[in-house]
Design a protein around this ligand. Structure first.
Ligand code: ADP
Length: 466
């Protein structure tokens, strides 16, 4: 697998959770698998083994010298591509002044290094690429090395974790990443006068997958296809929707290392103590039985924050408490800061990326809010189920595939009115303690573990390799 993030090494979102858990699940089922990642600043090399010195990667006229390291995590070798000038930086993709302008080169080097690893260190039959950052791998292999016997018979899978991010750059970038202008064709990388790296992977791969069955259908529509729906429809027979799993080693209320009390579907008592801890953490009053609504998210439009903003005044007028964690667009960071300042006894907000607090919110909340405009799979609703934190979601993508009436509340119409109505239903239902506890238990017993997904990926690999 080639990817730009993997837990526990580097994480900004769900992609890292997938790359931290799926490889180990595949390995447990007898597959041999390795992962290639950039060596970011967050990745310490102290315990890693140096496995290749001074590998020279040529992208057109420029050369990049990288070292390769390997560290085994959960039985899986992770290869780190080390070149400090490219990867030893504040962020994974950018910093406070925006995306790094040399991202195409940075991830071009990652993809070329992955092919070098297949040549020298790990003879793969399938290269499974994740998102646009890994998308150049099949393009290089099939365009530059088409006659290289090393790569004969090698199959490529591209998994789309979020079609909203495609790696679109001016065509002039081709020269920097060592590709020629012959790729600028609508049937290849060209995309509305620019080049689109994800599209390149879709064109040059043997299978395309995405992270839930519903999202696999949705991206073939104009509404959610981000301009690539036509290509996806053309290739519909090679588009697969494989639901992500929840990493229950990390997300399990019975063993969670961040919690001071533990609980399970059979023994729920500890959840009240977790709610107590959460309220204390946010400085919210313990009194009153008001339900706590949790939010953990990137603050971007995709996640439905415009709907939350629309109904916020009415929401805080209800008998509820809010525990909010996230970072993102300033308008939403400000919205939550202002809400907390105006309603200090009701709204707790942390503008941060904080894994421990994410666990505290999952455990201590009664409801979890995820009204996404679109959601390829979504992981927090899967974690919420396991923590007995009832999800209120919009019926889209993986949210629609994982939440039903017996475990949560969902609405279809993307509107503040529909969200408000569904929240009211949930808050009403919360009053019937017995029925609510049943709903919590039903959710906690759902199994979205990685095993089933890993088996589906393994079936896809076997089909490709015959
Ligand atoms: P996406 O990948 O679109 O951001 P997902 O629901 O698939 O959304 O995955 C989000 C992952 O990132 C979850 O593991 C979630 O707990 C984590 N996460 C998001 N924001 C934060 C934050 N501010 N602090 C800690 N963890 C976060």
């Amino acid at each position: 697998m080639v990817a730009s993030e993997a837990a526990p090494f580097a994480k900004t979102g769900g992609l890292a959770d997938v790359l931290g858990a799926l490889p180990a699940a595949l390995r447990a089922q007898g597959n041999e698998i390795a992962v290639v990642l950039p060596r970011y600043r967050s990745i310490a090399l102290a315990e890693a083994e140096r496995v290749f010195d001074d590998l020279t990667i040529w992208l057109g006229k420029s050369s990049y010298r990288v070292n390769l390291y390997r560290k085994v995590e959960r039985g899986v070798p992770y290869y780190f591509v080390d070149m400090p000038a490219l990867f030893d930086r504040t962020g994974l993709y950018g910093d406070s002044s925006g995306d790094y302008p040399d991202n195409p080169v940075r991830f071009g080097v990652l993809c070329r290094a992955a092919l070098a690893i297949v040549r020298h260190l790990f003879r793969a039959q399938v290269i499974h690429c994740h998102d646009w950052q890994a998308a150049l791998t099949p393009v290089y292999a099939r365009h530059l090395f088409a006659t290289d016997p090393t790569f004969y018979g090698l199959k490529f899978v591209i998994t789309i974790h979020n079609l909203g991010y495609q790696g679109i750059f001016p065509a002039t970038v081709l020269e920097d990443i060592g590709l020629d202008k012959s790729l600028v064709k609508p049937s290849l990388l060209e995309f509305f006068g620019k080049i689109n790296l994800l599209k390149g992977a879709m064109v040059f791969s043997d299978a395309i997958s995405t992270v839930s069955p519903t999202y696999a259908r949705e991206i073939q529509t104009e509404e959610l296809g981000f301009g690539l729906d036509g290509l996806l429809r053309q290739r519909a027979n090679m588009v697969h929707g494989i639901l992500n799993g929840g990493d229950y080693r990390e997300w399990n209320p019975q063993t969670d290392r961040y919690l001071s009390s533990h609980y399970s579907a059979e023994e729920l008592d500890g959840k009240a103590a977790c709610k107590h801890d959460l309220l204390a953490e946010f400085g919210l009053p313990q009194e009153g039985g008001a339900p706590v609504i949790g939010i953990i998210s990137r603050f971007v439009n995709q996640k439905g924050f415009d709907l939350i903003a629309e109904i916020a005044p009415e929401l805080v007028a209800e008998d509820v408490k809010l525990a909010v964690l996230g970072t993102g667009e300033p308008q939403y960071e400000n919205l939550f800061r202002e809400l907390a300042a105006a309603h200090p006894a009701k709204v707790g907000v942390r503008i941060a990326y904080d894994n421990r607090l994410a666990h505290l919110i999952e455990a201590g909340s009664d409801l979890f809010l995820m009204p996404s405009m679109y959601e390829p799979c979504g992981l927090n609703q899967i974690y919420s189920l396991r923590y007995g934190t009832v999800p209120v979601v919009r019926a889209t993508g993986g949210l629609d595939d994982t939440i039903d009436e017996s475990t949560g509340f969902k609405f279809r119409d993307y509107s503040g009115a529909a969200l408000k109505e569904t929240l009211h239903q949930a808050l009403d239902a919360y009053k019937d303690r017995q029925e609510w506890t049943e709903r919590m238990r039903t959710g906690m017993r759902k199994d979205f573990s990685w095993d089933a997904s890993a088996a589906e990926y393994a079936r896809l690999y076997s089909r490709l390799t015959g």
